[in-house]
Design a protein around this ligand. Sequence first.
Ligand code: PGA
Ligand code: ZN
Length: 425
Amino acid sequence: MPTIEEIEGLEILDSRGRPTVQATLTLTGAARARAQVPSGASTGGAEARELRDGDPSRYNGLGCRRAAENLSGEIRATAATRSFPDQAAFDRFLIDLDGTPDKRRLGANAILAASIAFARAHAVERNLPFYRHLADVAALPRPSTLPRPTINLFSGGKHAGGQVAIQDVLVVPIRATSTDEALAVVAAVYAAAADLSLRRYGSRALVADEGGLAPAFPSPEAMLDDATTAISLAGFAPGEDVALAVDVAASHFYEHGRYRIDDTLTPTAMIGRIGAWLDSYPIVSIEDGLAEEDWASWPLLRQRIGQRALVLGDDLLTTNPDRIRRAVAAEAATALLLKVNQIGTLTEAATALGLARSAGWSVTVSARSGETEDDWLADLAVGWGGDQIKVGSIARSERLAKYNRLLEIEAETGLPLAGWPRTGR
Ligand code: PGA
Ligand code: ZN
């Protein structure tokens, strides 16, 4: 049974140059592991709360020294020399010690760092690849597929200068049969899109928070047009070889019951607009097509597009078991975007995964816009049988660290890519 010897926290920096947290955890017997946690920009209102120092003279109040001190101080002092039979017991200990419903006292950032570092150290102790151990943590069988990458091409909204309201257009290599092939296909589309952006907008390949290109598109439709053209220019058939996914991130332009996308749209008109995108472009997934609080409209969106594309909930669900139960009951979505730091521990995220799977939903395991060079997300996506993985673009090393780990796991296991989920297309 793993016994904690030492836990140490450290404030480090994420890919946007903002502070985040790292935990290093040692078990008796010398198994030792470290974990770095990501942080979002387009966060859902129901997410667990990161602890930030709030000192305006340092990193604009975003410092994570207190969160790091909670790891080296209270969490270490209470956990050291204690044995925990499994991940659930350790995560329960963290949740109880914090004592708040949204982890704001010790910090969801500190708690997640501890949760993942414990899992990794336990995998070292068991002498198992991390993805195999993570499958055991969620009581899942040995992985039999690898997640299909969905890769950011163009960014707008909160991930870029906000030139266009929708946040991300992603490329989905639906025909690729391996990670290796998928990445080569997407790299070709990305290069074609960079050339096209230079020609159309005089915009060099400057990248947004997640490595996506961000020229000054005049409208969401121009963004979708260029993405479709880039697929063709790279030599692929749109919709057959390569499709598109859209993260609308609609919570971030929703005000007083209306969607301020360019015109101000009612929910019904917003659903109509999304339906029109599906008619014109090879779109297979719509994430957060509506706002996180617009519960009444989500079932209508699902009725309208659910046969043709995934209806994927990010801000709507925030990997929160209570919100997922509500969405399943309301038939509000067909797919879960799983971000462990939205809820704060591996155990709670595993519950979220189980609920989504029992409802027959597809699952995309996702990174955040603020990432680190840590690659645990790749192991998580494999171990938990994610249908898709969403890491951002095919640029910037905090993104590539995850793809590189997937390539390593692919070389080691030879597992095939998961098929695209059946949506009735
Ligand atoms: P975030 O956004 O990491 O900035 O919150 C990612 C997403 O909306 O999927
Ligand atoms: Zn999102």
